[in-house]
Design a protein around this ligand. Structure first.
Ligand code: PNS
Length: 164
């Protein structure tokens, strides 16, 4: 049984995240989407909201579960029996940061490996930060996030009246 964790902030979850979830869930027996519970971050959605939305959006994947974690990722992975960390790589700009985290995690726990999925080209530019920037000005985010998320994101900026 190979169990993997796909960690992140998911604030908010994007189509790029969902693509990585779908593709990595096919590579392992069980995939846990781990939402970082980081109170220091100025988040748009609470951790509970993010977990709830991710559960909704991944309900059709039989081997995917969603959970929140705090503390070190490798400690959480160990606790739940995950031996693989999944991360998405969009562009070369992600590489240095991701390499540093992966190598640090491996230094802390050599039993846990990080694997990277290159994101689909159509999502290569996409990030939660970009979604928030566009949404905050009332721009069209329908290409960036699942349709169930659109009204919820706009609502955070006080923009109402969008159909789900
Ligand atoms: O979606 P993000 O914000 O790029 O995800 C970053 C995340 C959650 C993978 C990373 O910040 C993390 O693992 N944080 C938990 C603390 C930790 O273990 N850091 C890595 C060792 S430096």
């Amino acid at each position: 049984m190979k169990k993997a964790i796909y960690p992140g902030s998911f604030d908010p979850v994007t189509k790029g995240h969902l693509d990585v979830i779908e593709r990595s869930s096919r590579l392992v027996d069980e995939l846990v989407v781990g939402v970082l519970n980081n109170s220091a971050k100025n988040a748009l959605f609470s951790v509970l909201e993010r977990v709830t939305m991710l559960k909704e959006l991944t309900a059709h994947f039989p081997n995917v579960t969603v959970d929140a974690f705090d503390g070190l990722l490798v400690d959480y992975a160990k606790r739940i029996g995950a031996v693989i960390i999944v991360r998405g790589l969009r562009a070369v700009t992600d590489f240095e940061y991701e390499l540093q985290i992966a190598q640090t995690n491996h230094e802390i726990d050599t039993d846990i490996e990080t694997i990277f999925l290159t994101t689909r080209l159509e999502y290569a530019y996409l990030s939660s930060t970009i979604v928030k920037e566009v949404a905050s000005y009332g721009g069209d985010i329908s290409h960036f996030v699942p349709h169930q998320m659109i009204a919820r994101i706009y609502a955070k900026y006080g923009i109402e009246g969008f159909d789900q």
